[in-house]
Design a protein around this ligand. Structure first.
Ligand SMILES: O=C(O)CCC(=O)C(=O)O
Length: 288
């Protein structure tokens, strides 16, 4: 049965099924042209201000600029069309942790395979509704040539040899010091995900992802946004962590930027201590 409604121009039930089964889905034409242009300008200004050392430390990604001092990202983060889409897909009550500007410079290397879930102690990490998802807005059209996203569909629920190859974002792999490290390799079942600027990849944070290298003469930029759907159903420690992380990072944003986030702002009123981040799943509890 189709769950297409007037508020979202796609079959929300089918997109939800894809996200749960495969670990990702794509929503077309979801970001306004003006917001794309503004977000691109803000992002490039920050990227071009990075020091040589900052660039070297994040060489595999290109840049990793957290949203803490980037209130200009608020319109992209708060995009009401994306929030309505998640709601229609059954991933509502969604809260924002942080966004990251990731810009691959011309001729930048591949990004290593990694998964980003840090909530492996929350029972939801072993169920259909992931405690953490990503929204990736590509600000440029992407292809294999300029470093498009690569995914391993299904790897959000299965043990994979990559789980045993070290944590994401360690200094050695981030600096791309050894491109023969298997995390830069090619794995059976991987797919390319070329994107059009304005489209959105919604992905499960538990899913292994990476990119091709950028062989073009231009920057290739994505805004990755970390969201926590069905917030009220997470463990209190998890809610507490998201609440504190959000407010520590973005509490100083101007009122107008915070207003653009609307219901995305987490509010955990309890007193439970924040969880300890755990990036490593319990192999025995991955069901496939
Ligand atoms: O640069 C990209 O296309 C992917 C970014 C990514 O892997 C991440 O934000 O975790």
């Amino acid at each position: 049965m189709s769950t297409r409604t007037s508020s979202v121009p796609f079959d929300a039930g089918e997109k939800s099924r894809q996200l749960i089964e495969n670990g990702f889905c794509i929503l077309n034409d979801i970001l306004d042209e003006n917001v794309i242009r503004r977000t691109r300008d803000i992002s490039m200004k920050s990227v071009l201000g990075l020091s040589g050392e900052q660039l070297a430390n994040a060489k595999a990604a290109g840049s990793l600029i957290n949203s803490d001092d980037e209130p200009g990202l608020a319109q992209c983060v708060g995009n009401p069309r994306a929030v309505s889409a998640l709601e229609a897909m059954g991933f509502g009550d969604v809260k924002f942790w942080k966004a990251v500007i990731i810009s691959k410079p011309p001729h930048g290397p591949r990004l290593y395979w990694h998964q980003d879930c840090m909530m492996w102690d929350d029972p939801r990490a072993y169920g259909d509704y992931s405690p953490m998802i990503f929204l990736m807005y590509y600000l440029d059209n992407t292809t294999r040539e300029n470093g498009c996203l690569r995914l391993l569909p299904g790897s959000h629920r299965e043990w994979h040899e990559l789980h045993g190859m070290g944590m994401a974002h360690g200094p050695d792999v981030s600096r791309a010091e050894d491109m023969s490290d298997p995390r830069f390799g090619t794995f059976p079942g991987e797919i390319d995900v070329p994107m059009k600027a304005g489209d959105l990849v919604v992905g499960d944070a538990r899913l292994f992802h990476s990119t091709h290298g950028n062989d073009s003469d231009n920057h290739r930029t994505v805004i990755t946004i970390w969201f926590h759907p069905l917030f009220g159903g997470l463990q209190e420690q998890t809610q507490s962590w998201i609440h504190h992380q959000f407010h520590d990072r973005h509490g100083g944003w101007p009122a107008q930027a915070l207003e653009s986030l609307g219901t995305l702002i987490p509010d955990y009123p309890g007193r439970v201590e924040p969880m300890k981040a755990n990036r490593q799943p319990d192999r025995g509890r991955l069901h496939r």
